[in-house]
Design a protein around this ligand. Structure first.
Ligand code: ZN
Length: 239
């Protein structure tokens, strides 16, 4: 993972509100396409230029080669109101946060991105994050929002689990029970993604003792069309 600096140059005569709407629409399109990893963004403005500092999966993450239609649409709208082409550069790699380089992973794991605000899909072989834009889209989806929604919901329950005495038990059940609505939502995604990728797509269930992926946890996998098949494994695949 890398920290990138992305600079934008609005035309001099554009209303600030209009410009910010166009700019943030572009950021949203990149985020939903997995090209920017953090939802909450730091944007600076100085001397007529806007600068975004963001986290990305790999040095080429921001390339137009990964754009979907919505990204091009937002980019073209931005370009139309810019006095110069946007520019990006890599500032630094993020310490101890890797991205999968396996090409096509043997299998995938839907896994909570607790340690870093990152994509929720991991390579089953090297255990590193897989950038979402490398994956096929879910049926009828224009972007990767369904996967990102699951991850955000997971993180919301995790925050409650850690911080709330009164709601902690409910959150614990949501996170670690096979039959919770959150788990079912994740399993449905795994099921669809297994069909889409043609690879096994496991669901990381974990338990309250191994929330950050420490030892001995359970994974739940499902494969065949229409059948929820749970597979419990004790060995550590992700850590
Ligand atoms: Zn890998």
């Amino acid at each position: 993972m890398e920290i990138a600096k992305y600079s934008f140059y609005p035309q001099n005569n554009i209303e600030e509100n209009d410009w910010e709407h166009i700019l943030y629409s572009f950021f949203a399109a990149l985020y939903k396409n997995g090209q920017i990893l953090n939802k909450y963004l730091d944007v600076g403005c100085s001397e007529g230029a806007y600068t975004l500092y963001c986290r990305i999966a790999e040095p080429e993450s921001l390339d137009g080669a990964f754009y979907k239609d919505a990204c091009w649409e937002a980019y073209n709208a931005l370009l139309e109101k810019s006095r110069a082409k946007p520019q990006f550069e890599i500032v630094a790699p993020i310490f101890d946060a890797s991205t999968c380089n396996c090409g096509t992973p043997e299998f995938y794991v839907l896994h909570h991105p607790i340690l870093y605000e990152s994509a929720p899909v991991f390579c089953g072989k090297c255990e590193a994050m897989v950038p979402l834009y490398r994956l096929p889209l879910l049926k009828n989806a224009e972007n990767y929002e369904p996967l990102l929604d699951w991850a955000r919901e997971y993180l919301s329950y995790y925050a409650i689990y850690l911080n709330s005495y009164s709601m902690g038990k409910k959150a614990d059940r949501m996170l670690y029970s096979v039959s919770s609505s959150l788990t079912k939502m994740g399993l449905r995604l795994c099921h669809e993604m297994a069909l889409n990728t043609g690879k096994e797509f496991l669901y990381y269930l974990g338990d309250s003792e191994s929330a950050i992926g420490i030892h001995k946890h359970k994974k739940v996998g499902l494969k065949e069309a229409g059948v929820f098949r749970y597979k419990y494994l004790q060995e550590m695949v992700l850590s």
